[in-house]
Design a protein around this ligand. Sequence first.
Ligand code: SAM
Length: 256
Amino acid sequence: THFGYRSVPKNAKTSMVGSVFSDVASKYDVMNDLMSLGLHRLWKDLFVMSLAPTADMRILDVAGGTGDIAFRIVEKKRKEKDYNTKLSENRVEPVVVVDINENMLQVGKERAKERGYSEKEILFVHGNAEKLPAASETVDAYVISFGMRNVTDPETALMEGFRVLRTGGKFHMLEFAKVQNDVLQYIYDRYSFSVIPLIGQVVANNRNAYEYLVESIRQFPSQEEFTKLMINAGFQQVSYRNFHQGIVAQYSGFKL
Ligand code: SAM
């Protein structure tokens, strides 16, 4: 396409993404802290805050990995008054984490158990964002955090998101984006091309994988480009907001 994110050959991208997340599943969380200097926690908190999840909301956390977003959603749901009554009456919708990588799901399941979340609150399902294991028009909110960049064909994933959402349902995405400030961009490039592969080498023993990740961030569509893809997929009232000058951005759109 004109956006260029396909210049990593598709099968290379798919197998690279597989190896990255299989190799680093157990180190994934500490890697995030190291690489983002802890900022990913703040971005995820802000992201989930804006979802305003309620106990009965049916939420699909696509490419949900080890559960960072889903756990935050469960915590928000738990704040609702009468939550425990609703839970015992089966009126709480579990957050459904869908991920293509069994290792990531396994780490997620273990973390969920440690935190005392039941299967009434969170489910881990193996599946592909390009062919979601969900019926059409059944989902209130589609959520994808740092996942779209790894999907082989984002346009297909967007169409799938549109398919599973009910009318009135909302799409939410958190993803690396285009930095809006030249000075920050300069520092950010230096950091990503030197420090991140080094951390990948030392901590996860996989330098190539992290070089790939940096490249995938650079090649991902900008805020303006991605909102166009969302509109092409049928979403309305499409908008985005930048965090930290566009290091990451949050996108949203409705199926109306
Ligand atoms: N959402 C989590 C978070 O914010 O911490 C995990 C993000 S992690 C960077 C990206 C995840 O996308 C990995 O768990 C990977 O297995 C998953 N993934 C990659 N391609 C996918 C696909 N086609 N369908 C579903 N999940 C996919």
